[in-house]
Structures are given as C-alpha cells and as structure tokens.
Design a protein around this ligand. Structure first.
Ligand code: 5GP
Ligand code: ZN
Length: 137
C-alpha cells in the first residue's frame, strides 16, 4: 500500500519523475538527489514500510539480494574502490525519510565520504553482560 504523504512511495511508484537505474515488481532503485559519493543510489520497496521493523521477511531477503547484485554491477561500472550498504532506522540513527530504504554508496580511495565512529573500550564484564542480555537463536 502507498502512503499518501510519503515522498519515497511517490518516487518508487512513478508518481514523480526521478532517475531510476533499476526496477522490478517489488523495488525501484533511484539515484540519491544529494549523493554522498558519485553513484550513490537508494533501493526503495514499492510498498510502504516505515523501517526495518515493519518489513516482512520475504521483502527483506529480496532487498538484500538486490543490494548484492547492484553493488557488484555498480562497482564494475563505476570502477569504485569499495562499497557501503547503509540502512538507517529512526531519527536517532539518521533516518530522515520514513519509508524503508537501503543506501548503495560506492566508495573511492580517500573520499572521506562517511564518518568513522570512535572505537569504544568496554570491559570484559560489560561485554559478557551484553552477550548474556542479547543472546538469541
Ligand atoms: P536517510 O537519511 O533517511 O537514511 O536517507 C534519505 C536519503 O534520501 C538522503 O540521502 C537524501 O539525500 C535522499 N532523498 C531525500 N529526498 C529525496 C528525493 O526527493 N529524491 C531523491 N532522489 N533522493 C532523496
Ligand atoms: Zn512510503
């Protein structure tokens, strides 16, 4: 289902014109209008899901397969040196458009396009407590 006030619903379903590099029954892939690097693209499902928590397993699987296929093809075509797949959920994580999307970001040697995080130094006890809290199957 499309959400009326969602820009990515409109772009993914051809309501607004944009630069499409791939389309199938489930997804539209477009060039980011404010790219981090040359070739930065966005995988948009045609259905509206606000974030990863709303995504069904089948669509999640298809999205990652598509990310693999396109990052491989884009690396060849752009001759980039590396590739980030980025996916933000929630404002605190940097999400600004609340329709699930995956960033395909070609990287070029020394492009300094994305921030590196400052590595933390948790104690062994803290890591063990976290492991016990998060362990799942
Ligand atoms: P987020 O911060 O939500 O993970 O990423 C949103 C991305 O969408 C940003 O990189 C931003 O440049 C891109 N974006 C926002 N509005 C538009 C638009 O109207 N067209 C296109 N092509 N990209 C957009
Ligand atoms: Zn939407």
């Amino acid at each position: 289902m499309m959400k009326d006030d969602c820009i990515f619903c409109k772009l993914a379903n051809g309501v607004f014109d944009t630069n499409v590099i791939y389309e199938d029954g489930d997804f539209t892939v477009i060039l980011d209008v404010n790219p981090a690097t040359r070739g930065h693209a966005l995988i948009l499902p045609k259905e509206h899901y606000a974030n990863i928590y709303e995504l069904d397993d089948e669509t999640a699987g298809k999205a990652f397969r598509l990310a693999k296929k396109l990052s491989t093809q884009m690396t060849e075509k752009l001759n980039c040196d590396g590739f980030n797949i980025l996916q933000n959920n929630g404002e605190a994580a940097g999400q600004t458009v609340f329709h699930f999307h995956m960033h395909l970001i070609p990287r070029y040697k020394d492009d300094k396009a994305l921030l590196q995080w400052k590595p933390g130094k948790p104690s062994e006890d803290e890591l063990k407590a976290l492991r016990d809290m998060l362990k799942t199957n």
